[in-house]
Write a protein that binds this ligand. Structure first.
Ligand SMILES: Nc1ncnc2c1ncn2[C@@H]1O[C@H](COP(=O)(O)OP(=O)(O)OP(=O)(O)O)[C@@H](O)[C@H]1O
Ligand SMILES: [Mg+2]
Length: 304
């Protein structure tokens, strides 16, 4: 079987709120998989169901073939989850909490070398005997990552691991997850930094309002967007956009006007002519290929 995580007919109701509305998809083994979606889309709910922290209302999730409900132990052993919330136990030191977690998974002293390696890679060695309560947010995040990996799970799920994390740690985290991926781990990542998802993930699923709105290889997803973009830096930000251009506007803020160009027609000349007629001046212009951000916005924007 080539599937690491299999999600089938999954529904979650929180009272009257239908947070997951019949989700079906598979995450292949050894993939680097992005799970994206706006705030409230249901990403953490889905991850918490995988981790056994939230109970699905209907449907199944299997981790490496094990049903998270009926084969809970095997499913849990196959999975390491880095939660979005920074909840840590205030009574333990870093190394105590890792040893406890290791013990929970049935490991003994033989696992100490791996714990030491995790502390080293995550730059936590000098904090090993520090109480968790005394750590900064970024360091707590590192401890949560070490905790998720302590039993060497084949599938690692990271729920916004870089939220509120400084640039240096963010880069270190990506290098580390890439390393895990190269060593055969399946990585599932949620992030609101779309350029990071674009750089790292091979496959991407997009959730919106509890439904799966796209699930594809990154390249195929990017190719779906039918426009190129024309970005103009205007000399003035207080302008009225000519009627002829209004339907092309992708965004306009702080004097930066981004227009959509159909791939198959050359409209740049006509656009420049409209700007000239309206006496709108610019200091810079260039065309660009759309990124994941444009695809994401087009798939998740609210319909008025
Ligand atoms: N324990 C809960 N009780 C009631 N409603 C909840 C609970 N947890 C989540 N929700 C609701 O379910 C929906 C999905 O929330 P979820 O946390 O899964 O979204 P998310 O995609 O992770 O969002 P974010 O990007 O903000 O982390 C939201 O409307 C949220 O308010
Ligand atoms: Mg979330």
């Amino acid at each position: 079987m080539n599937t690491a995580i299999s999600i089938s007919q999954l529904h979650k109701h929180y009272g009257s709120l239908h947070a997951l509305r019949g989700i079906n998809f598979d995450i292949p083994k050894a993939s680097f998989f992005g799970l994206l979606g706006p705030n409230g889309a249901g990403k953490s709910t889905l991850i918490n169901i995988m981790a056994g922290l939230v109970r699905a209302t209907q449907g199944t999730v299997r981790i490496m073939g094990h049903d998270v409900r009926r084969q809970w132990r095997q499913a849990r052993h196959s999975l390491g989850v880095v939660p979005q919330e920074l909840v840590v136990d205030p009574f333990f030191t870093v190394s105590e909490v890792l040893r406890l977690q290791s013990g929970y998974f049935g490991h003994g002293r033989e696992n100490q070398a791996w714990i030491d390696e995790l502390l080293h890679v995550l730059n936590l060695s000098d904090k090993a005997n520090t109480n968790l309560q005394k750590l900064s947010g970024g360091m707590k995040r590192r401890v949560l990552i070490a905790q998720a990996l302590v039993h060497k799970p084949p599938v690692v799920v990271l729920d916004e691991p870089t939220a509120g994390v400084d640039v240096e740690l963010r880069q270190a985290l990506w290098a580390f997850t890439k390393h895990l991926h190269q060593n055969g781990h399946t990585i599932v990542l949620t992030t609101h930094y779309l350029e990071e998802a674009e750089a790292l993930c091979e496959q991407i699923a997009i959730l919106n309002q509890g439904q799966l709105v796209a699930m594809d290889k990154k390249s195929a997803l990017l190719a779906r967007y039918p426009y190129r973009l024309l970005r103009l830096t205007l000399t003035h930000s207080e302008i009225k956009i000519p009627v002829t251009l209004q339907e092309k506007v992708q965004s306009f803020k702080n004097g930066e006007l981004v227009l959509r160009l159909h791939r198959d027609e050359d409209q740049i000349g006509a656009i420049l002519e409209s700007l000239r007629t309206a006496n709108i001046k610019f200091v810079d212009l260039h065309t660009e290929e759309p990124g994941l951000e444009e695809v994401f916005i087009s798939l998740t924007k609210q319909k008025d």
